[in-house]
Design a protein around this ligand. Structure first.
Ligand code: GRF
Length: 188
């Protein structure tokens, strides 16, 4: 729960482009926002998302790729910075059960499909191939199993015959940017 004047401190883990991070930062600046992005960690040195963190003067770190090193350093930074929630946003590693346990705070993820459909990668190609009428995005809690934790929010779009993986990805990404901030507001 949030107390007056204190926004919950959120860490975002990224590996690349960082458009969801950018949307989260933008939303965090709204007066009604219950959270603040206080830490950004990337397992890729060239992740574009790191630039958004720098631009917004948010503490940001590239931590070397080996998972155990990443997790150990991340656990320390989470403690030091009093982080209350971790958001995975295009973070392309699967966190170990040990990390999830030791972090002892909610970890949430955004996935570009209507879970439990289409867990894993290449969701848009698979949605089109399977001729789904709808696809979308899901924000969910992270547990030991891939893309399987409790669902917080889903948003759906129609998949048209004229859609291709690229057009579908574009439509869904727009929804992701809304869904992630809404999900955070909902759970805080
Ligand atoms: C998003 O489509 C997200 O759902 C998936 O990875 C992509 C990350 O995009 N997990 P970005 O780095 O936030 O732009």
């Amino acid at each position: 729960m949030v107390t007056l004047n204190s926004k919950s401190k959120v860490a975002v883990f990224i590996s690349g482009r960082g458009s969801n991070l950018k949307a989260l930062i933008k939303n965090s600046k709204l007066k009604r926002s219950k959270y603040k992005i206080s830490l950004v960690l990337s397992n890729k040195s060239n992740a574009k998302g790191l630039d958004f963190a720098k631009k917004n003067k948010i503490k940001n770190y590239f931590i070397e790729k080996k998972l155990s090193n990443f997790e150990n350093r991340a656990l320390k930074l989470i403690k030091i910075n009093k982080i209350k929630i971790i958001c995975l946003a295009g973070f392309m590693r699967i966190l170990s059960p040990n990390f999830i346990k030791k972090a002892a705070i909610p970890i949430i993820n955004i996935h570009p499909s209507l879970l439990p459909k289409l867990k894993g990668l290449n969701t848009h190609e698979r949605a089109i191939k399977a001729k789904y009428k709808f696809s979308g995005c899901t924000v969910h809690y992270v547990n030991e199993k891939l893309d399987s934790g409790k669902i917080i929010i889903q948003k759906r779009v129609r998949v048209f015959k004229s859609d291709n993986p690229k057009s579908l990805a574009k439509k869904i990404l727009k929804l992701e940017h809304k869904a992630y901030a809404e999900a955070l507001q909902k759970i805080i």
